[in-house]
Design a protein. Sequence first.
Lengths: 81, 369
Amino acid sequence: MLLSTILEAVSYVPGLAAIAAAVAVIGAAIGIGRIGQSAMEAMARQPEAAGRIQSGMIIAGALVEGATLFAIVVCVLAVLG
Amino acid sequence: MRNVLKHSVLFLLFMWMAFAPIQSMAQDNEQEPKKEKFDAKSFIFGHTGDSYCYHITEIKGDPVCVWLPVIVKCKDGGSWHCFSSKHVCELKGDETFEHNGAHFRIEPINAGKYPGKLVEVKAEGSLSRPFDISFTKNAFGIFLVCVFLLAFFLPAAKMYKKNPMGQPTKYQGLVEWLTYTVLDGIIRPNVPDKQVKRFAPYLLTVFFFIFFANLFGLIPIFPFSANVTGNLSVTVVLALLTYFFVNVFGNKHYWKDILWPDVPIFLKAFPLMPIIELISTITKPFALMVRLFANILAGHIVIMVLMALIFIIGGMYGAGMGGVMSIVSIFMTIFMTALELLVAYIQAYVFTILSSLFIGMAQHEPEHE
């Protein structure tokens, strides 16, 4: 009974949404970090291709971040609506 | 000599920063707190959202705004109303503004069914939202970007047309450089050569529109501070335009690959693959829309939150702490604004390169065996 009282006392949605947004950012950080790592290694191996590698890295980074922002927008919607 | 000047400026700056909190603490002890609690939510969302008036500052409690016109058409009755937003923005509480028989007011941001929007209050008290094509802050921002783009690029085109073999001026060189970084870097690698002339106008326009709209959103002075691209309505239109250009001008081969692809029959008999492919044509522009919107809006919200921290801390601990907080906060805001400059360029770049990629994929000619 204590458990159900605790569970029903307060709305947990804002807290859970905040945790969910933080988890989404963990995924983005790991993904973008790996993109940067492989881009740096490739640029070190072949410096003359550095320009093309850099633009590919930016595009991949933006795509990963786009997916993360989906999750963030869902969290904000959960809190607001 | 220049070193002495630079060092003395830095020294003065450091001294001011070190002693400014003391000055604000002195002010803190003088006045007792006039406690109207700082409303962070309306501060942040008021600055990042759309609004009917262009709020600049407050002089002695009197708001200084540019009052933009409100243009609405009431739902039943169908009468058009056009008036300055001065009448509805300064109402307090439950007052309404009456114009030719209809009563209007703006709903507060925090609650209600239409937060922040203009509603018509009918005779029995019910609210209805009229057909609203007011010239709001974001509409003003969009027009400003368009006027700037026209004024910046069209004279160069005229100069080239009038004197095609002449020596380009510095201004022409700048326009040429900007256009060619987009044309050669983004459009030509992705769109087949024969179609470049067809799609380059749209892609160039969308790149420069997004880039300058993002930049203008970062300038805090009067005409420039509208948060245009951080608004879902604007990005949805851009995404719809990309969807239109990709699908309406798509190749026959492109449509065949969507509706009747080269896969085993059990995948395309009950329309499994075609439905998945059709949904994917929608999700790609949808991702474009959400990516641009969320990146720009998140940047603006972070900057606003850092600024609001000054007032929140000042409200909690008195004006002295607010003074201290302002130094830290301004440093962080400068850093965030610099990051936002980078994000402004990257988001325009990514939107354009993905649009050109989709357009190129839709124009793809299959190699004949």
